[in-house]
Design a protein around this ligand. Structure first.
Ligand code: MRU
Length: 346
């Protein structure tokens, strides 16, 4: 797979996912504010990937601050300000705040014990550790999840929870990759995932790069596909999992979970523990991002609806825990009762 996030020591290269699959092209960042904008504009997307990008974004911001501020206190204030800016770029994926806070607290601790130079070095190390751990975690998710897949399975996935959405290997697509290696996958059905088309543009492309059989469907074909007995499991990623096991993920995930329940198909959520937010008791407390109306009025920049039609564009929805068969994490497969079992594994 292509690299999604490339840290070059003094700058950050991000694969511009808005241009896929037509073009593999990178944008270079040296300013933390530009990284925050790139996250909001979906140059980089997917919960773990935006966390990693923001972690490096904060390192860039810390270097900028070290050059311009005087004294530890103003350095501290700048770090806090940049952290808040990065965390505000997208509200739903908890991995973003989790990664930024991890780099921030490592930097603050090193600042108190040493000084600004120590803080800069420690923050860079922490961002690299977050990236490394994410890849390792995804491979473990793949191994745990593949054990749930029966030989000869056709699986349905939504959005892109693959290498493109993470440090590498993917979560839902990590399970698919591992199950494919084990010879268990007959077909992957990818929802196109309106309005941003992560399924059509990214998942279809990513799986084809690896030679994994994929069939693209429009989102509204999922129910009919299930009714024909063509789906053995649904596997999706997550942006935030509440303490009770409710799952926020790309808009359309809840509809798939309802359809899966109707057709008695297992519904799996694959996510690292950094996506689990034990401080949020249930899904109704998860902030759901609403994006620009033009994303719905257009497809790839071309108008498909009256220019001034009213639009509602929530980027995510919440699937109640009762519709989730299991949550596949790097620490193992979590089954109901989710609250008890998530807390036990945390
Ligand atoms: O809006 P996006 O493309 O960032 O949404 C991504 C998803 O909903 C993914 O399923 C989720 O972040 C998990 S990625 C491993």
């Amino acid at each position: 797979m292509v690299d999604v996030i490339v840290w070059r020591g003094d700058e950050l290269d991000l694969l511009d996912q808005r241009l896929l699959p037509e073009r593999v092209s990178y944008a270079t960042y040296r300013d933390s504010r530009d990284v925050a904008r790139a996250i909001a504009d979906m140059v980089v997307r997917g919960a773990p990937a935006i966390g990693i990008a923001a972690a490096y974004g904060l390192v860039l911001g810390a270097r900028q601050a070290a050059r311009s501020v005087k004294g530890d206190d103003s350095f501290r204030a700048s770090l806090r300000e940049m952290s808040d800016l990065l965390k505000a770029a997208r509200p739903t994926a908890v991995n973003l705040a989790w990664a930024v806070d991890r780099v921030l607290s490592r930097g603050m601790a090193a600042l108190s014990q040493g000084g600004i130079e120590e803080a800069l070095a420690a923050m860079e190390q922490e961002a690299a550790a977050i990236e490394r751990e994410d890849i390792e975690g995804n491979m473990a998710i793949g191994r745990h999840g593949a054990a749930l897949i029966l030989p000869g399975s056709a699986v349905l996935t939504h959005c892109n929870a693959g290498a493109l959405a993470t440090g590498g290997f993917g979560t839902a697509l990590g399970v698919v990759r591992q199950a494919w290696k084990e010879g268990k996958i007959r077909m992957v059905y990818a929802d196109e995932t309106r309005p941003f088309l992560q399924g059509a543009r990214l998942t279809a492309w990513e799986l084809m790069q690896d030679g994994i059989p994929v069939t693209l469907i429009v989102d509204s074909a999922a129910g009919y596909l299930m009714s024909r007995g063509n789906v053995d499991a649904v596997i999706v990623g997550a942006d935030r999992i509440a303490r009770n096991g409710d799952v926020a993920n790309k808009i359309g995930t809840y509809s798939l979970a309802c359809l899966a329940a109707t057709h008695a198909i297992p519904f799996y959520v694959a996510a690292p523990f950094s996506t689990v937010d034990l401080a949020t008791p249930s899904g109704d407390r998860i902030p759901i991002e609403e994006r620009n109306e033009d994303e719905v009025r257009t497809v790839m920049g071309k108008g498909i609806a009256p220019k001034d039609v009213k639009v509602w564009n929530p980027a995510f929805d919440v699937t109640p825990a009762k519709l989730v068969t299991a949550i596949i994490t790097e620490k193992g497969v979590i089954t109901p009762p989710f609250e008890e079992n998530l807390v036990k594994r945390a």
